[in-house]
Structure formats: structure tokens, C-alpha cells
Write a new protein. Structure first.
Length: 201
């Protein structure tokens, strides 16, 4: 947990205008590796997958994951089944549906279901999210390949006076939106693997 704590300390030392932790975690993974969903999801999930039952703190990690799952579903876009760049701001002007965070939210939910960390009531929102990911963020090209769209290129906190990243809503929606970013492609692979396992249970 030492590396995670250092990342958290770094992020919290910088200005964060929105203290909602779900929003904070989402935008950090969707844009940059500070305190990000890669740590939150694969980190928590892998710890619970490999730690023996008697390991101190295991139950606490699972409880954190359960709380995150509840918050993830709360902010799921009801129309597309995906998630916005700034998660709790919904259809606020300038906000947009973002693929890397959506993919990792699917991965989080599907793997947590598969491991029995959260209940089967999360299956339906996970199915809706996966369908939404495919419909909203994938495009079939003429050569038969697929493109993943709506990827936030990069973001962070802090910096110099020339371009201080203040953690505001305006900042996070200002970063470039690109296609086939590894954060989205890799996350979608993880999501698809766990989703297939979930559907075969």
C-alpha cells in the first residue's frame, strides 16, 4: 500500500475543487496515473484475490470495494449505460461520456461479481454498461479493425504557473479527447475478460 499512499498524498497536496472521491478516482484514471482506477480496481481486486482469508485488513478492502461499486452504479448514465468524464456531473455542459473509466468500471463490477465480493444485483448494470461500451465507444473500420473512441488523453494535478492543473471541472473537460488510447484499449480487454466469465457463471 506504500506506493498507493504516496500517490494519494501527492494528489491531495494539490488543489482539488471537487471532493467527491468517486469523481476524483474516475478522472484520475480516465486521464492520468496519480490515484487512479488501475490502483483502485486491479489493486483492490488483486489483493483480495491473492490474500488468504485470515489476512488482516482483507475484509476492509472488500468493504471499500463494495462501497465503490454502489457509487459506480449510482452515477451510471441511464441512457447509454456508460459513465461521464467527470462522473457526478452528468450531462453538464462540456462533460462527455468517457471510455477508459467506463471500461474499468465494467471490469471492477464484473470481477467483483465473479469473486463474490458484491451481489448479483450488480449483474444487470454491468450488462448494460458492457453493451453501452460497445455501442457508444467502438467503431468498425473499413479494414475490419475496431477503434475505441472518447478517450481522455491525459490529465493530472499541479504543475507550473504556465499551466497549473487545478482539478476543476473546467480543467478536466479541457484535455484532448483521442482514439485508441492504451488506457481505454487495455481497460476494455480487462473488462471483456471478466464480463465473459460473468456471463458464463
Amino acid at each position: 500500500m506504500a506506493n498507493t499512499d504516496k500517490l494519494t498524498d501527492y494528489a491531495l497536496e494539490n488543489t482539488i475543487s471537487d471532493t467527491n472521491l468517486l469523481t476524483f478516482y474516475q478522472i484520475q484514471f480516465g486521464c492520468f496515473h496519480i490515484k487512479n482506477w488501475l490502483i483502485v480496481t486491479t489493486g483492490y481486486q488483486n489483493k483480495t484475490a491473492h490474500l488468504p482469508q485470515e489476512t488482516a485488513g482483507r475484509d476492509s478492502i472488500i468493504q471499500i470495494l463494495q462501497g465503490l461499486a454502489k457509487a459506480i452504479v449510482k452515477y451510471q448514465d441511464p441512457s447509454s449505460g456508460t459513465w461521464y468524464q467527470v462522473t457526478d456531473q452528468g450531462a453538464r455542459e462540456g462533460n462527455y461520456l468517457e471510455s477508459s473509466a467506463t471500461a474499468l468500471f465494467i471490469y471492477t463490477l464484473a470481477k467483483a461479481i465473479n469473486k463474490g465480493y458484491i451481489g448479483n444485483e450488480y449483474i444487470e448494470p454491468t450488462q448494460k454498461a458492457f453493451d453501452g461500451m460497445v455501442k457508444t465507444f467502438t467503431r468498425l473500420e473499413e479494414d475490419g479493425s475496431y477503434t475505441i473512441t472518447n478517450c481522455c488523453a491525459v490529465a493530472g494535478l499541479g504543475g507550473d504557473s504556465k499551466r497549473y492543473r487545478d482539478g476543476s471541472f473546467e480543467y478536466y473537460i479541457s484535455e484532448p479527447i483521442i482514439e485508441n488510447d492504451p488506457k481505454s484499449v487495455g481497460s476494455f480487454i480487462l473488462a471483456a475478460i471478466e464480463y465473459e466469465k460473468m456471463t458464463k457463471k
